[in-house]
Design a protein around this ligand. Structure first.
Ligand SMILES: [Zn+2]
Length: 761
């Protein structure tokens, strides 16, 4: 997945996806969904907004929160825009569309557009809206009050006074990262082995940031910090028809483009102060609703649903693509350049999703010609106005490795060819053979695919770039960086030795200014330091002479453990390896399929991909054990570190521990599901059921311990659980809810035990 979407300006045709006929999941540890709603939105949403949803006074909500043992109300300081994905996900099984709209302040067409156009949002929610009845306030019944008292008792017994201790507010990292340090020299990028090192914002908003002039896209403090790490490029997504007028052919285009260009110019000028160029992500031309082609039938290409491609084999479309980019680069000539994806993501050209044979014009050409042609059209436009801007052609989604050299041979002379470094690396994990797709830190690139493509490009005299994830990957993205430093250093060394000219260091995840990023800068100098030399120097700089050896040992332990990660696309996208202990255990199967980096449910079959369950669990356990041990070594190193970098080294130790807890929980959850399924099986004997029940109870206890540990870490660090395209996967109160749910399950299992005993008697 790449996939950064954007709202379609002025397109009100989008409708909400139909509600399915599937019942929403029960949330049995609360008396009913009103209580679940209050728990899950408490201190995330303004209480007045919650009141509107429940159609009651705030005082009634405060009263119930108190009865459940929730901490005191603190008015949220963030906007709905920063957190609506978190809200949609946690209320998806609680509220119907109408109340989701009230909660998030979105109209039906705005919500529909976000579901369709944001980064695969509706897919992340499972491509299904469960049936939810409206939730309104009603006074607690006597039975409710008894259940609420039990909840409050769990909160009190398991968490005590920590619940009311202040936590670092969510999004506090924005304040830290936007702070400009007057002491630091702003431009620190003069000399580099890599001509280009570019990255995405750690916390930029999705949607239309240039139109809205999002202050958090690239604030000065972040640019300064990135610059210190050797970054000299940042990127953002735009939709070309929103950035330039459409001329006579497309008068509908360009609405609001002046405003966007104004904000873009301002960003380009600011970034320049820090030696950073701004790059635009091009996934063009975007498909248009079918109605758009009513008077332009010869421009309509292949269709998907209600949308059709603008056929680039039509000369008018071709010319628009070139002219629009020429206009954009004439208006903002100091832009760094563009990078393109032409074989994937949104429907763009007729060949973008492979079905070009059904276009009468494109079917006369080959797929390689079509891909080369759209890239040439864009290159011509950019270089007409800005001859020195970089045009980076990304091979992402070009089907089959054989066609890439063919495309490369047809590309213009002055482009760069970018390839995902680790792609197609062969792997053996737990005896299972697999291959890296992308998003891997556990497998160290470059792999054979990138090497073949770079070689073909270099032969033609083209410059090359490697796409890599230096901070984190979908292997785990709920911490801003993964301190498996030996793997990171090895990858940087490999690329420094490979002759590539540039690095793209992140997709939408992984933009945090961290030690991981700095590692790529360690290999700038001549002669090239060895991996060990670079790691030693980094350890000495951050942990001091005394802490160095412990830090190195810790990093190596983490790196060796991470090499055991059960890598596979299915594991990456569906396993509970982002949300960890915040994913609830289910005593009854949910029946729902895990969603892409969204809601894992209890869908072990999808989580584990090609790995047999026992192998999957074993591999997760190895990673968890290694991270627990590695984190202890880093904690020891932290005690010896000088004060200068205390914050950074504490973060490293904290994230190592967090990763350990999350993988441990994923292993626990998987074990629980296996036991539960056997326990529920009618064929299982009563004696065996007793054993299973005891084992399940042990796992539930372990999950309680993990949730409590992660609660403490999450409360002291606002980065934990956050990723830009998913907002917060979890917040501290979710870990309390996990414990409430675990205690509920234990009560149920105990009563099951009593039932069995009674039956025996
Ligand atoms: Zn076509």
């Amino acid at each position: 997945m790449g996939g950064i979407g954007i709202c379609v300006e002025g397109d009100n045709s989008t409708q909400l996806p139909a509600v399915s006929d599937r019942a929403a999941e029960a949330i049995s540890h609360f008396p009913n969904k009103m209580y679940a709603f209050i728990w899950r939105n408490w201190n995330l949403v303004d209480i007045n907004q919650m009141s509107k949803v429940l159609e009651t006074k705030p005082v009634n909500i405060v009263q119930i929160a108190k009865m459940m043992g929730l901490p005191q109300y603190v008015k949220p300081t963030w906007s709905i825009q920063q957190i609506y994905i978190t809200l949609l996900r946690r209320n998806w099984h609680i509220l119907p569309y109408s109340q989701l709209m009230t909660l998030t302040n979105l109209s039906d067409s705005e919500l529909a557009q976000k579901l369709r156009e944001d980064d695969f949002l509706y897919v992340k929610l499972g491509n299904i809206k469960p049936v939810c009845d409206a939730v309104h306030y009603s006074e607690p019944t006597k039975a409710d009050i008894r259940k609420l008292a039990r909840i409050a008792q769990v909160v009190h017994t398991d968490f005590g006074s920590t619940v009311n201790k202040p936590e670092v507010p969510r999004f506090a990292f924005i304040n830290d990262l936007t702070h400009v340090d007057p002491e630091v020299n702003s431009q620190d990028n003069q000399k580099s082995r890599f001509e280009l090192r570019y990255i995405y914002s750690y916390f930029g908003l999705f949607g239309d940031p240039l139109f809205d002039n999002d202050p958090n896209l690239y604030p000065d403090g972040l640019l300064q910090k990135l610059s210190r790490m050797g970054i000299n490029g940042v990127w953002l997504h735009v939709v070309l028809r929103d950035m330039a007028p459409g001329g006579e052919a497309f008068p509908e285009f360009g609405k609001g483009h002046e405003q966007r260009l104004l904000h873009l110019r301002e960003l380009v000028d600011r970034a320049k102060k820090y030696g950073i160029g701004v790059y635009l992500y091009m996934n063009e031309p975007r498909a248009m609703p079918k109605a758009f082609f009513k008077n332009r039938p010869d421009m309509e290409g292949v269709s998907e649903g209600d949308y059709s491609a603008m056929c680039v084999s039509n000369p008018i479309v071709h010319k628009w693509l070139t002219d629009a980019l020429a206009y954009l680069f004439k208006e903002v000539p100091a832009l760094g350049g563009i990078f393109s994806i032409t074989g994937s993501e949104n429907l763009t050209t007729c060949v973008s999703h492979g079905q070009f044979a059904s276009c009468e014009r494109c079917s006369k050409k080959t797929d390689t010609e079509l891909i080369a042609d759209v890239n040439s059209a864009m290159e011509e436009g950019v270089h007409r106005s800005a001859p020195n801007a970089k045009v980076i052609v990304w091979d992402w989604g070009w089907r089959g490795h054989q066609i890439a050299p063919d495309i490369i041979s047809q590309l213009p002379n002055n482009i760069w060819l970018m390839s995902v470094s680790e792609w197609a690396l062969p792997l053996q994990r737990g005896g299972i053979s697999t291959q890296v797709g992308e998003y891997s830190i556990s497998a160290v690139g470059p792999g054979p695919r990138a090497q073949t493509h770079w070689e073909a490009a270099q032969k033609r005299g083209l410059k090359t770039a490697a796409k890599m994830q230096l901070n984190n990957s979908w292997e785990i993205a709920s911490v801003p960086f993964n301190p498996a430093m030996d793997l990171v250093a090895q990858h940087c060394w490999n690329l420094a030795s490979s002759g590539v000219n540039g690095l793209m260091l992140s997709w939408s995840l992984g933009g945090y200014p961290s030690m991981n990023l700095l590692m790529s800068k360690m290999f700038d100098r001549d002669p090239l330091p060895s991996v060990d030399e670079a790691l030693d120097e980094m350890a000495r700089n951050y942990y001091g002479e005394k802490g160095k050896a412990f830090a190195r040992k810790g990093w190596t332990r983490l790196s060796n453990a991470f090499k055991e990660f059960p890598y596979n696309g299915s594991v990456l996208y569906f396993a509970p390896t982002q949300i960890g202990p915040a994913n609830l255990l289910r005593l009854k199967p949910s029946g729902y399929t895990a969603t892409m980096v969204g809601i894992p449910y209890d869908d072990l079959k999808t989580w584990r991909g090609p790995y047999p369950a026992d192998v999957f669990i074993n591999q997760l356990q190895k990673v968890a054990d290694g991270y627990t041990e590695g984190a202890s070594m880093l904690q020891k190193a932290v005690t010896l570190a000088p004060n200068k970098h205390l914050c950074e080294v504490q973060q490293q130790a904290r994230y190592a521990e967090t990763i350990g807890l999350i993988y441990q929980s994923a292993a626990n959850q998987s074990r629980f599901i296996l036991l539960r399924d056997e326990w529920l099986d009618a064929k299982t004997s009563t004696v065996r059921k007793q054993e299973l029940r005891n084992s399940m109870m042990e796992i539930v206890q372990k999950e309680i311990t993990l949730a409590k540990k992660l609660y403490v870490l999450t409360k002291e660090d606002s980065c934990i659980g956050f990723e830009a395209s998913n907002h917060y996967w979890f917040v501290p109160d979710d870990l309390i809810e996990k414990v409430i749910s675990c205690r509920y399950i234990l009560d149920e299992l105990k009563s099951d035990h009593l039932n069995i005993m009674k039956n025996k008697i």
